[in-house]
Ligand binder design. Sequence first.
Ligand code: PFF
Ligand code: NA
Length: 488
Amino acid sequence: RKMTREKDVARGQWRSKFGFLMAAIGSAVGLGNLWGFPYKMGKSGGGAFLVVYLAVVLLVGVVIMLGELALGRKTGKGAVEAYQAVSKKFAWVGYLGVASPFIILAFYNVLGGMVLKYMVAFVESMFSGGANFANIKSGAYFGEFICNGSDMLLYLAIFELLNIVIVMSGVESGIERFNKYAIPALAIILAGLAVYVYTFPGAEKGLDFMFKPNFAVFSDPEIGFFKVLKTAAGQMFFSLSLGMGVMITYGSYLSKEQDLSREMYIIPLADTIIAVLAGMVVMPACFAFGLAPAGGPSLLFVSLHEVFVTGMGGFSGSFVGFLFYFLVFLAAISSSMSLLEVCVACLLDRQIRKGKAPTRAATTIVLALVLFVVSLPVALDGLGSNVAGGAAMNSPGVMMGLKKIPVAFDCWLDFYDMLSEGVMMPLGSLLMSVMFGWVLGTKVIADEVALTPGKKLRFEWLVDLCFKFIVPVILVVVLLAQLQDFGL
Ligand code: PFF
Ligand code: NA
């Protein structure tokens, strides 16, 4: 008894139920909600996409969320050792879970740094009367920034430094404490902005773009049902931080009091609401000022920049711009820290298993340095390409300086993105699903849920059906459809 308690102290534990929820929602809510979801939804059938997305969240997302949280809490271990603890055959799956964060972090931190730069620039603009944005178009401003290697590195370094400080402070005094304030703040700012954008005429057209159901996409030869499904599934994994060991790791810091049969719905629900709400800010903002809808970096760093600087303009434009990038920064860093924590936790587990005292601070710093190096191709991708202006990071011909990718991706960012959300996350989840469905049995999860006094897993038969058949079938289809993107 005393042993386990000592171990918990060494590994860390959430202080409150609310704190865990905010940390988990913080991991989920990120750039995926802000620049991925609204555009993909608008482009892939609007309301029709939403139906498919919600189905994938319910049939796949919710059960994988449950599986990860239960696996973490049951074993009290990070991704690698959690799998090793429950199954010989699947012992290696955890390594996949630790490899994926490296791939995501390689680009995620670069973007986080860029968001930070924009946040700072809008503060500067507030005090300089917009002088720093004068005489330069949004596209050119962005192009100059991403081709400026030292600026890219500087902001990447600052972003990582903030991340290090939070993660090395520990689960409770670092991650939980940050998210407890950051996530409510994010929600409030987002809701405020959603109201504010409707004071501009034409905003409603953004809602049309996003929500108007277009069921014809399912039979469209260019898009079609499988592509919509693949897009929805990839987006869902990325958005809910699944298949990466994050929820296993965060689950390992849970007490038996936390009701998993409820949190398995709350986290996906919160993430989806924020994604829809984000769409109700960014799309109307673009449409109100006559800008074409976009996704990815060009939405965040070009279109919206133009909305704040040219569209809204003046001090209020700068202030709203600052608020917006501050919100994006909170979303990005709370996701980024969860990925770093996955890797840190695995190394700390190892130290504990070997009977050493865990060295969280040193481990975090060393890992972050490794990640910094992995991010370099993305951060410096703009070097060597000459961006005259109007360029976006995700358009062909830009960010190609270091491009030596054998497949048809525009840039390193796209490549890493495809690899993670398109392949590794579905693959990791497929393996977990097979493990629970066919090897361990869903009962293991139901038993874990039932450890919370008075709670039990509802619809256990349905969860079982999902692990055994529904999730594997959907994921095999998704993975096969994905091969096309790699030109196979
Ligand atoms: N869920 C985050 C987003 O939507 O931006 C990104 C992310 C975080 C993906 C953590 C995966 C992960 F493990
Ligand atoms: Na998300």
